[in-house]
Write a protein that binds this ligand. Sequence first.
Ligand SMILES: O=P(O)(O)O[C@H]1O[C@H](CO)[C@@H](O)[C@H]1O
Ligand SMILES: Nc1nc2[nH]cnc2c(=O)[nH]1
Length: 317
Amino acid sequence: MWLYLRTAPALRRVWLRPTVFQATRGRGVKVYFSMAEARPSYEDIQKISDFLLSKTKHRPKIAVICGSGLGGLADVVEDQNAIDYTEIPNFPRSTVPGHKGRMVFGLLAGKTVVCMQGRFHPYEGYPLWKVALPVRVFKLMGIETLFVTNAAGALNSSFNVGDIMLMKDHISMPGLAGDNPLKGHNEDRFGPRFPAVSDAYNSELRQLARDIGKELGFESFMQEGVYVQVGGPSYETIAECKLLRMLGGDCVGMSTVPEVIAARHCGIRVFGMSLVTNMVVMDYDAKVTVNHEEVLETGKRRAQDMQKLVSKMIGQL
Ligand SMILES: O=P(O)(O)O[C@H]1O[C@H](CO)[C@@H](O)[C@H]1O
Ligand SMILES: Nc1nc2[nH]cnc2c(=O)[nH]1
């Protein structure tokens, strides 16, 4: 059963699920309803894609999702058309400092791109399908390659603040606990019910990053490793950090994996990169704690190098 609610700024369609049936003596059956926001259909996502393409002459095949404090890349896009998320119908809003909340179309290193200057996170209250929604919009726009960046804490003690880690794999804590952006009805027009993600991070793009990193003299601060996605927004306890390191994680953050899973599901190839903005706290005697200001500050310091690496890679695609 559908219920239509008028909420700012739009009319929202809410699916009412009958959840509890309770027999009442002599009075038939009582039905209780719980509310869940309806997922957009393929056609709804097509409308978002058409809306965006109607606002720009650019027709990108490459998309970039910028992490916390790493949106500067979108500012150097040339001949740009920027669309605020608040203008896009049925699109989430950015609520986190360091995420401007704009979709920027234009040219980077001579290639047509679209950059998301700000991503969505589960801790903002968004379900995983909504966090990954922009990737499906990208698919219907014609995107073939996705670059994802994020700010992350290093679990690997041989890493340093300011290192760039090429993502070779991930561990999704929400995924292992049963939450996944693909949970629920599978839309076959995007991809199969059971997609493989053992090859999620494209090895040729990783090799290109290594080669370009070498050319740029970045070898001393380039790493490769496994990103662990946690729910946040609280940072990890010391015991959690020790556990995640034992599981094989090199960096930890609160994002990226939902977008990567949705991208691989619909056949978009992915390159992922983490900027180490802090070392996680592993010592009970430590006097330091992690904070978002430090995360954004490190982002600023290393942003230029990350931008150089990403634009050179895009230039060579
Ligand atoms: O992953 P991005 O969006 O780069 O941001 C990272 O930094 C924030 C915490 O400081 C969290 O949102 C974490 O996921
Ligand atoms: N979960 C998590 N996310 C981060 N983003 C940047 N640093 C961190 C961190 O230490 N932990």
